[in-house]
Design a protein around this ligand. Sequence first.
Ligand code: RB5
Length: 181
Amino acid sequence: MPEKISTDVKMDTTALTQTEDYMSASFRKVAIGSDHGGAYLKEEVKKFLQLQGFEVTDFGGDPEVSTDYPDVAFKLAEAVSRGEFLFGVLLCGTGIGISIAANKVKGIRAALCFTSTHARLARAHNNANILVLGGRTTGREVALDIVRAFIEEKFEGGRHARRIGKILEYEFNKRDSIQDQ
Ligand code: RB5
């Protein structure tokens, strides 16, 4: 039987007002996890984050052990959504499966990034709280540039906060904000 995952996640409106970059935040706990396809790159990203002074909790991922990416995605994303971590990093082979899964969790804005520009905009416009990387599609140097951009950029708020507010409203209250206009 799969472990029961808590669904007790409250709507987190701090997502709309928090405009500090992750790098300068005082709460330094971050989460990382992967399936087998993202496991090698996970180790590199983990080391990099530790060097930046983050306390990194590893949710697993071993290149020799076949793992279903939804299992890792749900566990890590639930913990991020409960506010136990400042942000998360998830990796699978392409990053696609694990980002689809993570984005099913309420309050999660998981962004699959291929360049540092994606990462900067994922923070500035989307206030992403999980960075997703493809272990088989992105090399180490590009991946670390992406992580650096993700932690250094900050959410711009303003019109972007309004848009994220609509996503939160839909997620938590199932109200179609488009029809309301
Ligand atoms: C695993 O073989 C692979 O399918 C997975 O890592 C990922 O790429 C799925 O989206």
